[in-house]
Design a protein around this ligand. Structure first.
Ligand code: TRP
Ligand code: ZN
Length: 864
């Protein structure tokens, strides 16, 4: 490394030197020589005579100030500095770029036959020289010129002109009346099929909706369109927010680094987050599509109309928009299941990030590569912080705060402080201490001690807060702590403190707090941190019997699931000890009896039942240990599954047969399929003729949820039919790469000594492509995430496979490489042998001469 990449700090923020009155862009598209003409009007904000513009990988063709050629400038690899300028001037810059060779998928790129842009966070500077920062907002007019082979030439806003030129090429001009920062600019050019619809807004305006998909994919577009209309309606009803342009376009592309991007009026989506029909997509995919379509739509207000002052404020738009998309999914579907999803993401991924070398506050202070901060911390923990405000303020005051936020800041680029200030003002709630959530690092923990005083009828809870060791803010946080008390028969007890009845949400603000619940006549069972009311770890010595009582009686679905998770965690702690002592591992018969009963009763939501009886993932269980006991954990999970499969065999079969699954998409059918799949997964472990038949019929069905469920079960149980089943799937779906991603993911979780060799071999499969992030995530991402047995192999071959890939990806697509490195970030949580092996891979990367900023930042942090 010649010069180390430089970090930027939040504390160094300064306002921009210039304002941009308007920006006119013309793109003359060409695979390797696209000409970009940028005409802008700049106004100096102070007595500034020089202007520094961002620009990366650009070939400067010409530069004019006020229509005359100008040469008082110099450019380096990241900036263009112009000197001795008047205070107001027009700047015209022509640059040349090469979309075809842009495999980083940032800036303007040509992939899968279409031109497309990705500008967030700092990709616009790869298109032209500009003030590429979110607090410089301007009005864009964009002309796209292309060949007739690309009928659609799209950009943000409304179409204002189009025509054919003398050379036979055609053009379209777009005007976006709303000022926006450069990261929301978008251009797409290509040939697509269109699905058109319309939406009438609450004020009666007609909005044209268009969904662009690859030719031949129209039958997979209706679900995304329906989701969009649901999102538009929901935002009007719940947040009183109406869409503002006459047209809303979504384009699905095959090469994309993330899920989707909220560019004004022209969202660009990863095709995996748009396309679905029941033959090709699972019920889970349908849910994901709905939530991402909603997420991008909701950004139109939280992100676009009110945007971020600087990138340290990313959670201002992302935390809030994730909260909004979670509420959307919960209002339209099952609140309990959506909460379970959100908490699983927190526990499995966010807690790990917060405990590792990349730990950062939801508003980071220091960044080298901004792309590295689109994290579960900024997004998901950020959403939990918004949710806590919602809990503290209540829906009504929260909505009042939102209205004030838009009234005051529409059209502006603001900070997280501005957001909290409007919430505080509108609700008249003091959020001073609460704001520490924007600065603290690591997961706080709560130690809970309870006692019952029979004479006084008091139940006493003492709660002690502990900041994470590496948290620079070593002081108590404001934590909404929800609690439910259950009596012996499972009834919810009223909460009385100091003679008055209180709500179930207790405000923790001190290092230690004691709460005395009065008029409690028998020792209750406490449901602590109900609904995951704060992103914290609760330490409390639950007895298995108490957890089973909660599973049976708690009033919230979430709490019942949570108790099952805790029960598994208790059991796995015991199992690991037994494993170390060479004893046999089994699941407690009390817990098995509980599951047996639930399976036979089948009350309530069947999808919830399916989640309740699932053994938590390796990553989730691993969080219960200071040092991850890899082999004992793998062994415990396998033994737990075997216990369930054996003991509950008849209950599982009964449940499987009783679930009426009619092939529809409504919640009940989806839930029935979820439970059927979970039953089948266990049943395959000790399969008989009957089970083989079921597996076969699901595998051959035309519903992807069932097909995939059966395949997963067959592979997990390592049945003889595995190889044929996988080969058949391959030959049936080779024409559909998104379906093949499911196949690659399954291949990645294969067991056995040849698993790794097999993955290297799959790199040569005709459907595989290292330049496509979906393929890489499906194969290698799933391997590192969902095949702990092989990834953590003690011979280091699993780590080597990931190391090899990262070295290649560093050159192809640094953003994707940087996302794929995550499993190595927790290297210090493993035994010394595995630590050494993972560290060796990190050092291989550190030694590279052309390491990208993205990987540098993470490798450097991991090794220091
Ligand atoms: N703003 C996008 C979202 O949350 C995220 C995103 C899409 C993104 N593509 C990206 C972030 C590329 C960084 C780089 O909806
Ligand atoms: Zn977002």
């Amino acid at each position: 490394m010649e010069t180390k990449p430089q970090a930027k700090y939040l504390k160094d923020y300064t306002a921009p030197s210039h304002q941009v009155e308007k920006l006119e862009l013309t793109f003359d598209l060409h695979p390797t020589q696209t000409l970009v003409t940028a005409q802008a009007k700049y106004l100096a904000l102070e007595a500034q005579r020089s202007l520094t513009l961002d620009g990366v990988d650009l070939r400067l063709i010409s530069l004019k100030v006020n229509g005359k050629s100008f040469d008082d400038y110099h450019a380096n690899s990241t900036q263009l500095v112009l000197n001795n300028l008047p205070s107001e001037f027009e700047l015209e810059i022509v640059t040349e770029i090469s979309p075809q060779t842009n495999t980083a998928l940032e800036g303007l790129y040509l992939a899968g036959g279409a031109y497309c842009t990705q500008c967030e966070a700092e990709g616009f500077r790869k298109i032209t020289y500009f003030l590429d920062r979110p607090d410089v907002l301007t009005v864009y007019t964009v002309t796209v010129i292309g060949d007739q082979s690309m009928p659609f030439l799209l950009s943000n806003g409304n179409k204002i002109a189009q025509g054919t030129r003398e050379d036979g090429r055609h053009y379209t001009t777009w005007h976006d009346p709303y000022k926006k920062p450069s990261y929301l600019f978008a251009l797409v050019a290509g040939d697509f099929d269109e699905l058109k619809d319309e939406f009438i807004t609450c004020s009666g305006r007609k909005v044209e909706l268009v969904l662009f998909v690859d030719k031949g994919n129209l039958s997979k577009a209706p679900h995304a369109m329906a989701s969009l209309k649901n999102a538009m309606k929901w935002d009007e009803e719940r947040f009183n927010l109406e869409y503002d342009l006459d047209i809303y376009m979504i384009v699905a592309v095959d090469f994309f680094n993330m899920g989707a991007m909220e560019n004004k009026g022209l969202n660009v989506f990863n095709s995996a987050c748009v396309l679905a029909n029941q033959q090709t997509a699972t019920d889970r995919d349908y849910h994901t599509i709905e939530s991402i379509v909603g997420h991008e739509y909701f950004h139109n207000w939280t992100g676009n109309r009110v945007t971020c002052r600087d990138w340290f404020q990313l959670s201002l738009k992302e935390g809030l928009t994730v909260f909004r998309d979670q509420e959307f999914s919960s209002d339209l579907g099952s609140r309990g299941l959506n909460r379970i999803d959100a908490v699983m993401a927190m526990r499995m991924h966010q807690f790990a990030e917060d405990a590792g070398p990349m730990a950062h506050p939801i508003r980071p202070n220091k960044v080298i590569e901004m792309n590295n901060f689109y994290t579960v911390t900024v997004y998901n923990k950020g959403a939990e912080v918004i949710r806590m405000m919602h809990t503290l303020l209540g829906e009504q005051n929260f909505q009042k705060g939102m209205q004030l936020y838009f009234q005051r800041h529409d059209g502006q680029a603001v900070t997280c402080d501005d957001f909290v200030a409007t919430m505080q003002e509108a609700s008249k709630t003091d959020l001073t201490q609460f704001k520490l959530w924007y600065e603290q690092v690591g997961t706080p923990s709560l130690k809970v001690v309870t006692s019952f005083n029979e004479e006084q009828s008091h139940y006493v809870c003492t709660i002690t807060q502990q900041n994470a060791k590496h948290d620079p803010i070593q002081s108590p946080l404001h934590i909404p702590f929800a609690i439910e008390l259950l009596d012996k028969s499972g009834n919810t007890l009223p909460l009385i403190v100091n003679g008055e009845s209180v709500s179930k949400v207790i405000n923790l603000t001190q290092k230690e707090q004691t709460i005395v619940f009065e008029k409690i006549s028998e020792r209750p069972v406490a449901v602590l941190l109900e609904d995951f009311s704060a992103p914290v770890i609760v330490n409390y010595d639950y007895q298995l019997g108490e957890l089973i009582h909660i599973i049976a009686h708690a009033s919230s679905d979430y709490a019942r699931w949570e108790a099952a998770q805790q029960a598994f965690t208790l059991q796995v702690r015991e199992a690991v000890t037994k494993h170390e002592q060479g004893q046999q591992i089994i699941l407690s018969s009390e817990l098995l009896d509980t599951f047996d009963k639930l399976l036979r009763e089948r009350e309530g939501d069947l999808a919830l039942l399916a989640e309740l009886i699932k053994v938590p993932s390796f990553d989730t269980l691993a969080t219960a240990f200071e040092q991850v006991p890899v082999d004992a954990l793998n062994e415990s999970i396998a033994q737990f599954e075997l216990s369930i499969a054996n003991t509950l065999n008849s209950a599982l079969k009964d449940a499987f047969m009783a679930c009426a699954e009619n092939g529809e998409l409504g919640h009940e059918a989806v839930s029935a399929r979820a439970l059927k799949n979970t039953c089948l997964y266990y049943l395959a472990i000790c399969a008989d003729e009957q089970v083989y038949e079921w597996l076969e019929s699901h595998r051959m069905s035309d519903n992807m949820t069932l097909v995939l469920g059966a395949l997963k079960a067959v592979l997990n149980a390592q049945l003889d039919s595995s190889a044929t089943a996988m080969a058949e799937f391959d030959s049936r779906w080779r024409h559909d790469l998104l379906v093949m991603d499911k196949w690659f993911s399954l291949q990645a979780t294969r067991k056995g000594d040849d698993a790794i060799e097999h993955i290297y071999h799959l790199y040569t499969h005709p459907c595989f492509d290292k330049a496509n992030p979906n393929r890489v995530r499906a194969l290698v991402g799933s391997f590192a995430r969902s095949n702990p047995e092989q990834f953590h192999r003690i011979d280091g071959k699993g780590y080597e496979l990931l190391g090899d890939l990262l070295i290649e990806l560093n050159a192809i697509n640094p953003q994707n490489a940087s996302r794929m490195i995550t499993p190595f970030m927790s290297w210090k949580r493993f035994d010394s042998r595995r630590q050494q092996l993972m560290k060796a891979q990190l050092e291989r990367l550190a030694d590279m001469s052309d390491l990208s900023d993205d990987l540098y930042e993470k490798v450097d942090k991991a090794l220091s």
